[in-house]
Each structure stands twice: as C-alpha cells, then as structure tokens.
Write a protein that binds this ligand. Structure first.
Ligand code: SAM
Length: 289
C-alpha cells in the first residue's frame, strides 16, 4: 500500500482542497486502517460495493482492485471532480453526486443485480459523523438487499451499535441494529489517523445482515414504537415511560403486563432484551384485536 499520507497531501494541494468541517470531512491517512477496512469487508469480484462519502478516493482505489463494481455516493462536487479524474477510466467505477439520505438505494441495488454480474452488495464507508445515525437507520430500515455494512464511525456511537441489548451501552438504536444484524468490532482508530483530526476517537465496525431475525413478530412496528417510547425518558422506569407515553392505558395495566412477563415493576428500559420488548408488543397487539 502506497504512502497514503503523502498521496492525500498531494491531492489536497493539487486541487486546492480545504476540508469542509460541516460535511464531516476527515480524510483517512493511516494505511493500516485502510488495509483493515478492505480486508474485513471480504470483497470478491461478484460484489458491488456502495461507498458512502468517498472523499478524495482513498478507500475507493483499493475497493476498485477487489470488487466487480464500486458505486460511490458523494455530496461535495469538489470531491466528485477529483474522483472522476482519478477513476473514470475504470469501467467498474460509478459516482452519484447526491446526499446519500436522498438516494433510492433499493432501486440502484435491484437494477445492478438484474444485470446479472453482481451477486452481493456490500456497504463500505468512512462515514460523515454528523449524520451517522440517520445513515445507519436508512440502511437498515429500507431493508436493502445487502450482505454487510463495514463503517468507520465515532467510537461512542459504535459501542452503542454493536452492544447486545441489555448490555451497558444499550440505547434505542442497539435494538434496531441487533434485530437486523450480527455485528462486530473491527478496530479502534486514533484521531491521528485523519487530516484534519476529528475531536473524537473512531472505530471500524462490521454489521452482517441476518438471514433470520432474532425475534419473530407479525409486525415489528409496534415493537420499535415501544422501544422508542421507552427510551424517550430513559431515566424513568419502563412502567412510568410506557404509561406516560400512553402505550399502557394506565399504570395498573402496565404492571400486570410486566408481571405476566416476569419483569420487575422497577425495571429500566436498558435492562430489557429484544425478546422482552417483542413479548410486550405481542401482548399489546393481542389486546387490541
Ligand atoms: N472516504 C474518505 C476518507 O476515508 O478519507 C472521506 C471520508 S469523510 C469522513 C466523509 C465524506 O462524506 C466526505 O467526503 C464528505 O464530503 C461526504 N459527505 C458528507 N455528507 C454527505 C452526504 N449527505 N451524502 C454523501 N456524502 C456526504
């Protein structure tokens, strides 16, 4: 792997690039980290990689060596010009100059799979941190036909995403990630691995999409609504949160439901497993029939 620091400096000088902080531009300059991201993504020729926020193309270059196709989505048109200069003579390279949150990924994936050369789609990215959560939620909730998501994000968020529900870093998003994926930590990344240095420590994580969900429900909407309501008032007990948000008709009904499920009246949302929330959802849906 070439000297990524030198290459980044040369590109920034050549194209007069000053990183745009409001777009979360922190360019990766650590070749060990690049190597790890590429290797842990397990890329083969039948794969299409969707790279979100390719920036100057540091990861893109190595993704193009491994994948059958690399589709980049980049908002900053200055980056798009650089990427086109660097890679547009490679048939495997395609770029969309758009906000990733506005792109119809399902349509793109379907069209590319229909052509026949692409068997699997994987997401690889050093994400813009100011929109980490909306991007991850989009990738999961749109139920994309993808195999894995390998991303660099801020460590604090990473720890919440890869936690097993009920563990100490559990947040509402932990349940969503757990429902859709089996996830793992790849590596922690120090601030000095970027130009400019971000204010937070980073982490690379990999989320492998599950073939079967960990809990079986006719409709997951109620369960996710319950989780959202429970975590809106995190410091309260589950009983109080779900009563205040009118999920339980009143405290007495709530207490009866918790008792039925062998849950303590004083239990806090972060102590619940996904199965616990699924069980409450089943009782609530059953009661409304
Ligand atoms: N991949 C490059 C690297 O590793 O050096 C750059 C990563 S940088 C952390 C994030 C990139 O996401 C920037 O290039 C930024 O312009 C781009 N970006 C920011 N907001 C975006 C959005 N809404 N949609 C697509 N790309 C975005």
């Amino acid at each position: 792997m070439e000297n990524i620091l030198e290459e980044t400096k040369t590109l920034m000088k050549k194209y007069h690039i000053k990183a745009n902080k409001s777009l979360g531009q922190n360019f990766l300059i650590n070749s060990e980290v690049v190597k790890n991201i590429i290797e842990s993504s397990n890329i083969v020729q039948e794969d299409m990689i969707i790279e979100i926020g390719p920036g100057l193309g540091t990861l893109t270059k190595y993704l193009l060596e491994k994948a059958g196709k690399v589709l980049c989505i980049e908002l900053d048109s200055r980056m798009v010009n650089i990427l086109e200069d660097r890679f547009s003579n490679d048939d495997k390279f395609e770029i969309i100059n758009e906000d990733v949150l506005k792109v119809n990924l399902n349509k793109i994936i379907k069209e590319n799979k229909e052509i026949g050369k692409i068997k699997n789609v994987k997401i690889v990215a050093n994400l813009p941190y100011y929109i980490t959560t909306p991007i991850i939620m989009k990738l999961l909730e749109e139920k994309l036909d993808i195999e894995s998501i390998t991303v660099m994000i801020q460590k604090e968020v990473a720890d919440r995403l890869i936690e097993i529900p009920g563990g100490k870093n559990t947040g509402a998003i932990t349940y969503t990630v757990y429902y859709y994926c089996e996830s793992e930590k790849i590596m922690e990344v120090p601030n000095s691995s970027f130009i400019p240095e971000p204010e937070v420590t980073s982490e690379v994580i990999k989320m492998n999409l599950r073939k079967e969900p960990p809990v079986v429900l006719e409709n997951t909407k109620v369960m996710f609504m319950l989780i959202k309501s429970a975590y809106m008032q995190r410091r309260k007990t589950l009983l109080n949160s779900l009563t205040n948000s009118k999920v339980f008709i009143n405290k007495q009904e709530g207490a009866e439901i918790l008792k039925k499920l062998n849950l303590n009246e004083n239990v806090r949302p972060e102590e619940l497993t996904i199965q616990d929330f699924a069980n409450i959802a089943k009782i609530i849906v059953g009661g409304k029939k």
